[in-house]
Ligand binder design. Structure first.
Ligand code: NAD
Length: 463
């Protein structure tokens, strides 16, 4: 463990000084930095692919879809909308306020801290930075120690492309993270587990620092008894793509488990098995289309989820593991015990439990008996079921008939609710996450109304 005691005072003073100079408030500075991110990503695409391969064994196509491509899109979107976002918004006032004008002015918060996790170790660093920069803040980025190649790549590249006086990268593990949390920040943006999220919030409370917590949890996918073969085929592709095809299931919005009617379960299992073979081949160990488990500790955690006898007995596909290569075969489990760890902890890996219900309508009750997830997915053509899901469940996002696409759209806010976190970002929501919207009210000295002021008497109540 990293036990260094580090003095960040100089860095923080630098950042505070830069912020106080007002330089980061100008649109010119913000644009230059956003363009810097664009260049960083474009000019180092190969290095980014290499780092993601080293850390997670991600295929370039997956790395482009989930990190590089998204970052280019998000940065271009911010550049295209920056002027509009920064423009003060007129406030409509009642006649009684005449002659007053008022507007909402966006101001940066100051010096902010961004904590990232390891599963999208480039994307989850730069995506929130786009918002912090667009709003005119200075910042510290704390990369994840569990993705060392990506972390050190960013630590090398960011000073080459972005303003060093305003943007600093600090690498390190728990001890460094704890020391950073002792400092006073104007906002903390944290991506990680609910366990550490609680520590972050407690530390922030000491300084009354606002936080955004982008956490995880168990995202369910409700699969209705789809009638046409085409709907089933597409649903199964999207389920597998949103599970095994997205960082090997190590994604906060990846499917954690499936809910399905008992009578439809055998059909679903058969379709999943057949499609897994098409996506990852007869011997998935040889495929380069599944990322690897991040490290030995997570590998052993996943292995132990499978170790209980009743859980093992519920495996209907896969289950083989290769410790040397940190590889776990895409694995499907049918009705593992609900009190087993696999049904109570966030799985964050390539294990997919299917839980059968008598009626699909029971799915809302099942979901509601557990912490609120970051996403609920539901594959159905049944409008009544859809309406039930909308009105009777709560989640960061609800998506019908697809998975993970909510992450790719700038106009959809991304964030959790309850145990899956709070606060939101992406597109304009990223800009809003790091600004204070300040009402600025302008009045003249006349007219000046006499009944506003003491001494009070009953005459002054008649107006
Ligand atoms: P984590 O909570 O272990 O670590 C996140 C960050 O916190 C890292 O930078 C780490 O160095 C730091 N940290 C770890 N222990 C700490 C401590 N004791 N004190 C202070 N800081 C500490 O999470 P992780 O393993 O990196 O990521 C996996 C989790 O993140 C999952 O729960 C996943 O669902 C969630 N996640 C959420 C999102 C989202 O956008 N909502 C995205 C990715 C991952």
């Amino acid at each position: 463990m990293d036990e260094r005691r580090v003095d960040f005072e100089r860095e923080l003073e630098d950042l505070r000084e830069t912020f106080n100079s007002g330089e980061t408030r100008s649109r010119k500075w913000r644009k230059t930095q956003l363009k810097g991110i664009l260049m960083l990503v474009k000019e180092n695409e190969k290095e980014i692919f290499d780092a993601l391969y080293q850390d997670l064994g991600k295929h370039q196509a997956e790395a482009f879809r989930d990190e590089v491509g998204i970052l280019l899109k998000s940065t271009n979107y911010a550049l295209a909308h920056l002027k509009k976002w920064m423009t003060p918004k007129k406030i409509q006032l009642p006649y009684v306020a005449f002659p007053t004008t008022a507007e909402m002015v966006s101001e940066p918060l100051g010096v902010v801290l961004i904590f990232s996790s390891w599963n999208f170790p480039i994307g989850l660093c730069l995506e929130p930075m786009i918002g912090a920069i667009a709003s005119g803040n200075t910042l510290v980025l704390k990369t994840s120690e569990l993705a060392p190649a990506s972390s050190s790549l960013l630590a090398n590249l960011i000073p080459m492309y972005l303003d060093n006086k305003a943007i600093k990268v600090i690498e390190g593990g728990v001890s460094i993270a704890e020391q950073l949390l002792e400092k006073k920040w104007d906002k903390i943006f944290f991506t990680g587990s609910p366990r550490v999220g609680r520590l972050v919030m407690a530390a922030a409370a000491k300084h009354l620092t606002p936080v955004i917590l982008e956490l995880g949890g168990k995202c369910p996918a409700v699969v209705d008894s789809l009638e046409t073969a085409m709907d089933r085929k597409i649903a199964v592709k999207r389920i597998l793509g949103g599970k095994f095809g997205c960082c090997c299931g190590q994604a906060c919005i990846g499917i954690d488990y499936i809910l399905v009617e008992k009578k439809f379960a055998p059909i679903l299992v058969d379709c999943l098995k057949a499609r897994i073979k098409k996506m990852f081949g007869e011997n998935p160990r040889e495929t380069n289309s599944i990322a690897r488990i991040i490290n030995k500790q997570h590998f052993l955690r996943l292995k132990s989820l499978l170790n209980e006898d009743e859980v093992k007995a519920s495996i209907v596909y896969g289950g083989s593991i290769d410790e040397d290569n940190r590889f776990i075969e895409p694995t499907i489990l049918l009705d593992p015990p609900l009190n087993a760890d696999i049904m109570n902890e966030e799985i964050f890996g390539p294990l997919l439990p299917i839980i059968t219900l008598k009626n699909i309508e029971e799915s809302t009750q099942f979901i509601n008996s557990r912490p609120k997830p970051l996403a609920i997915y539901a594959f159905t053509n049944n409008e009544a079921l859809k309406e039930n899901m909308v009105s009777k469940t709560s989640s960061g996002c609800l998506l019908f008939n697809d998975t993970i696409v909510q992450y790719f759209v700038d106009t959809i806010p991304f964030g959790g609710v309850g145990e899956s976190g709070f606060g939101r970002y992406h597109g304009k929501f990223s800009f809003e996450a790091f600004r204070h919207e300040k009402p600025v009210i302008r009045r003249g000295f006349m007219p000046d109304i006499w009944f506003r002021y003491p001494p009070w008497n009953s005459k002054k109540m008649q107006f």
